[in-house]
Design a protein around this ligand. Sequence first.
Ligand SMILES: C[S@@+](CC[C@H](N)C(=O)[O-])C[C@H]1O[C@@H](n2cnc3c(N)ncnc32)[C@H](O)[C@@H]1O
Length: 251
Amino acid sequence: MQNIEKTQFGEQTVSPLEKTSLVRGVFDSVADKYDVMNDLMSAGVHRLWKDRLIAMIRPQADESFLDVAGGTGDIAFRIRQKLGQQADINICDLNEQMLRVGRDRAIDRGWLNEFSWTTGNAENLPFPDNSFDVYTISFGLRNVTHIDTALAEVVRVLKPGGRFFCLEFSQVQNPYFARFYDVYSRFVIPEVGRIVTQNKDSYQYLIESIRKFPTAPSLCTRMQEAGFSSAKFTRLTDGIVAIHKGITPKS
Ligand SMILES: C[S@@+](CC[C@H](N)C(=O)[O-])C[C@H]1O[C@@H](n2cnc3c(N)ncnc32)[C@H](O)[C@@H]1O
């Protein structure tokens, strides 16, 4: 019997190709409202999580950066703000519409040629081996069809001793807060999505994809299996999100 691979798109079981195309559709449809929705859904807290990510990275001027699933540029812009004009910052995303919004936002800030923008899939990055010192992915990994393939790509494109940082939704630890968060995410977020973007399904997918994402310790294990020499995580806001950090082997 033929073994046809299936994967999850939120609660739906689909083929890997269908998933990639459905994810592209989600971000096509929300690109223009993506930033305002982030602020509404998190009451602005996503900004603090992203600031914390940058504080953990401590970007250095002689490092090269790759921000995958970089979308509208939030992480890249923060690195640029820290380092100034000489920074080598590359943004890669599956979705052309998200990158278009990102480029417009960069121009609004007066940054005309400060970033390199590339359309590409985290599972098959269009960059040579050993290219970057730091790889970041913020709220992107849970959308990727084959997480282990994407992690192997991180190890490939990072230089020896390179640093990987993943900011992603995780698991709330306190059971009382978890109950509140469950109700909020199940009912409030898709409804806000419907009102602001006229697209409830995309935000329904967001919630379902959060639930399907690996636990923080299991993502660490998968990073080690992908070839990282060290992997650890820090929970923020009682575990609503976690930042995973990995280092690639020195040689
Ligand atoms: C929730 S947004 C995050 C954007 C930005 N990093 C942030 O933190 O605000 C997720 C992004 O992941 C991108 N994405 C989804 N699957 C991807 C893949 N396989 N490879 C690269 N980017 C992907 C989407 O197009 C979208 O821009």
